[in-house]
Design a protein around this ligand. Sequence first.
Ligand code: PHE
Length: 342
Amino acid sequence: MTLEQFEQDIEALRSGALAAFTAAQTAEELEAARIQFLGDRSGLLKTVQQALGAISKEYKPAAGRAFNAIKQVLTDAHEARGKALSRSASPAADLDLTMPARRQWRGGIHPVTVVIDEIVAIFRELGFTVALGPQAESEWYNFGALNFPANHPAMDAHDTLYLKGDVLLRTHTSPVQIRTLQTFPPPIRILAPGDVYRRDFFDASHAPMFAQIEGLCVDEGISFVDLKAMLSNFARRFFGAAKTRFRPSYFPFTEPSAEMDVECQICHGAGCSVCKGTGWTEILGSGMVHPSVFEAAGVDAEKYSGWAFGMGPGRIAMQRYGIPDIRMLYDADVRFLEQVAE
Ligand code: PHE
């Protein structure tokens, strides 16, 4: 073989290999081209190397240099194409790694929980501790001990979800009053937050499950003045300048009984759909603990008196955050929650 022929072979190898490397669009195609041109066993470079043996002695050094040069060129070209392909295959190539990350919402405290925590904190300063009770209750704790006469129509106002026999999902947190009175001697000052259940259908102001906070204060010489003072103080602390009012009411387990309204925080008294045009929202029921409740729980009703309340933190959250529909509190829609959760 002449040097000239050898150089022609090298030139054919160079243009063929470079074109094949450039044409490769994937790592697999590039590997196929590498095997074809640079492969150890039957690659074209190998064939050219073998041809080197057939060059006459005189031209061998020049042919050897030409072979080494082409080998280097092709190895470099293969490597460069491999790097280019892996850069464009990885999306990181198009990212600005110095760009600050988009802030992710990591969740927060649900508005009803925020309200419960604040109420508990305000009453804690007045000496109230937290007591809890079961959500599956007996009829006796939920109704009987709370002075609901058997089969009394007052229970109709609590559309109850029964589980089995006389066990039901508690319709209010008031059974915790009984459990506390049975367990601890007065003086008693407790708050009992928790979920309650009623056979209600969802609408803008009803849900079959909602949170309540029960309050109970029992000691010697407690009067309605204490109830009014404590609850008015709470309302000032919680709602600031908003007006509040007491309205006479009826509960079998308190006598006298009163409901407390706060001026609607959404329309500020003008009347809107949330307050049903009245300008007021009821936030709690309350009253002086009925002597029959003390008797049922084994507490001396001659010696002790007390007051109790049941508050709806869901309604209070709606007032505070201007939420027009109670269902929004239970939908778990992140678009809503990230606006109000703290
Ligand atoms: N348990 C009553 C209810 O759910 C509220 C209440 C509690 C009223 C304590 C008076 C005293 O409607």
